[in-house]
Design a protein around this ligand. Sequence first.
Ligand code: CA
Length: 231
Amino acid sequence: MAVSRILLLEDDQSLVDGLSYALCKNGYEVDVAHDVAQAFERLGAQRYDLLLLDVGLPDGTGFDVCGRVRRQGSRVPVIFLTAADEELNVVRGLDGGGDDYVTKPFRLGELCSRIRALLRRAGASAGEEKIVCGDLSLDALGGRAWLRGEALDLTAAEYRLLALLVRNANHIVTREAILDALWDSAGAFVDGNTLSVYVRRLREKVEKDPSHPEHLLTARGFGYQWKEVSP
Ligand code: CA
């Protein structure tokens, strides 16, 4: 089995030293980020199996990182490392897509067993990365999509846009959330005009009549919505 790679985001150097030593000893690969900006850099360059996110950081919070990762459609397990006085905030963090948290000071054994539990759960669901939504299905691992059984010929960016909308099917996804998520790992910035172009091209591929879309709807002034259509 491949070694699990963990991103540790923590600004307290003594905790970083102790944790990365212990996690490596437990057989994990560990990358460290000391602030939110560094975490985004690491996340753009490397795929992780689990994120350990401190909450209070010099340039933001672990919640910011988790929120953005989730908006990009990732389901990577997230554990927050919280200080005791942040515990009330944890509700916010778990609402924002975190899976678990430990309160400092925590026992290493406790953290490790939570890490193992989440990795196990993620491993168990990795085989079912197939998403079916009405007449559309997505294979998240292979980055492919089928409409009414026909494979769609999509660019990587079109696929990402489609997957984001379908994961939030029947809900409006705001333009800001889409732009944030499509700001791709290669660092290519997607602006509002480019987004409109992506949407138009995607409609040409998924709609019978692109000028009267039934799947990819515009919520004028807000964003877009994928409407589930029965097969
Ligand atoms: Ca901190």
